[in-house]
Design a protein around this ligand. Structure first.
Ligand SMILES: [Zn+2]
Length: 459
């Protein structure tokens, strides 16, 4: 006889329920989300406290009131994909007649090759002797589980994949070191880069600074080692660099509410002056580093672990993008690229703002805001497209991230970001065109760059 199952066991516990992440793709979805949250539709229906909160405290309710539409994530960021397929120097070495970028092939191959074996067991001295040593040190720091000395406060989840041979325990669950390692004379090892939910849990307490440092180390390798920005024999006038300085923006919405947002660095354009290098455009991309994913799920179709972003993290990305865009209109006429990062993962996102969005942010009454969003002749939304997450512990992840960074630079070339003026003061207008750059600008790219970035949500 079968044992009776207690009734309570048949009811899913609330914390076990799979929360559906925010995913409004069109106005209908936005309307449905609004109904679920007290018919919240526009900015001035947020509480005064919510409306004034800094971007780092935004929540699901801000996603609705600021009218975010998200596209399904893609293997390559749609706005960059066509250009990447035609002009990537990493993926199509020498096969085409013209490439706008030149890379150091040998160093690119080592960056996108296998990860140093026993990454997390090596001394930093040993790692620093390897090519791209700074990156491996930063990667080992981010991959190392955080040992807090506290017992785990949550139950162990059942592993969704067979444990690997040589697996010791979750605290030692470092993908690079816990896999069976064939003795090899090479310092580099085959990829074993998946991070499941348990492994993610032991990294949950990792400070965001560790992740921000990893991403800026990776950007440094991409921009200063792999990419050759300056032809020999010419004095460089501009250079694209990682920005490690955080930048705060304050922008006013609804005519009177000041909101602050601070990023974790990003990619910037530097320009040579008589006094030295000056930051000319700080916002080629923003970096937002977060401590932890909401959860990491196994996707049977993809055969891989897929991180899920919490609604509040998504809202904080949105807040960062909107406030930076609002406060720097002259520098960001075509929207905002944001690199999101969590432990060893990074993903690329692009926020685009519809035609009437700025007027929506500036409308000063609930009535005026409601009128705008119900007028079929007006477009009031922010659209976010995003790549999948790339794990910098895997060679595929590093390669995809490098391809994105190079494509992002070509996008800025085509959009003329290179020629923005000598300082980044938000209210300084467009600035004068700088001296011609030694960074090759290819005028032919323009026609194809906007592929995949259209704002049409009519269907
Ligand atoms: Zn590529």
């Amino acid at each position: 006889m079968l044992p009776r199952i207690p009734y309570d066991d048949l009811i899913p516990l609330p914390d076990m329920a799979q929360h559906q992440a925010y995913s409004a793709q069109d106005y209908d979805d936005l309307g449905a989300a609004s109904k679920l949250h007290g018919d919240l539709q526009v900015l001035l229906q947020l509480t005064p406290r919510e409306l004034a909160s800094s971007a780092s405290r935004w929540t699901l309710r801000h996603l609705i009131a600021y009218r975010l539409l998200v596209r399904p994530e893609a293997a390559f960021l749609p706005v960059l994909r066509t250009d990447h397929d035609q002009r990537c120097p990493v993926c199509s070495p020498g096969g085409h007649q013209y490439y706008p970028q030149t890379i150091d092939r040998a160093r690119t191959d080592t960056l996108t090759g296998t990860t140093p074996r026993n990454l997390c067991l090596k001394t930093e001295h040993e790692l620093m002797q390897l090519p791209h040593g700074v990156l491996w040190v930063a990667l080992a720091r981010a991959a190392r589980p955080e040992l807090t000395g506290q017992p785990r406060a949550y139950p162990r989840r059942e592993r969704k994949q067979a444990q690997r041979e040589g697996y010791v325990n979750s605290a030692d669950a470092i993908p690079e070191s816990s896999s069976p390692i064939e003795e090899s004379s090479s310092e580099f090892d085959a990829d074993t880069s998946h991070v499941d939910d348990d492994e993610h849990d032991v990294r949950r307490n990792k400070p965001e600074e560790v992740t921000a440092n990893l991403v800026s180390s990776f950007l440094q390798q991409a921009l200063s080692v792999c990419l050759l920005q300056h032809p020999d024999g010419l004095t460089a006038q501009v250079e694209v660099r990682p920005r490690v300085e955080r930048r705060m923006t304050i922008a006013v919405v609804t005519g009177h509410v000041s909101i602050t947002a601070e990023d974790d660095g990003g990619i910037c354009l530097m320009r040579r002056t008589d006094l030295g290098w000056q930051m000319s455009h700080p916002y080629w991309a923003l970096l937002e580093a977060k401590r932890a994913f909401d959860r990491v799920d196994f996707d049977g179709n993809k055969g891989a672990y897929v991180p899920t972003v919490s609604d509040s993290n998504l809202a904080q990305y949105l807040g960062e993008a909107i406030i930076t865009w609002k406060g720097n209109q002259s520098l960001l006429p075509h929207g905002v690229f944001l690199i999101a990062a969590t432990n060893t993962f990074m993903r690329f996102t692009k926020f685009s703002f519809s035609r009437d969005y700025l007027r929506y942010l500036d409308a000063t009454t609930v009535g005026a805001q409601l009128e705008m969003i119900s007028d079929p002749g007006k477009e009031v939304f922010v659209s976010m497209q995003s790549s999948t997450w790339f794990n910098l512990q895997s060679s595929d992840g590093r390669r995809a991230a490098l391809c994105h960074i190079l494509a992002l630079l070509r996008w800025h070339d085509a959009e003329g970001s290179m020629h923005h003026g000598g300082d980044a003061d938000p209210d300084d207008g467009d600035g004068e065109d700088g001296p011609s750059s030694s960074y090759e600008v290819n005028d032919d790219t323009e026609s194809e760059m906007d592929d995949g970035d259209d704002m049409d949500i009519g269907e």
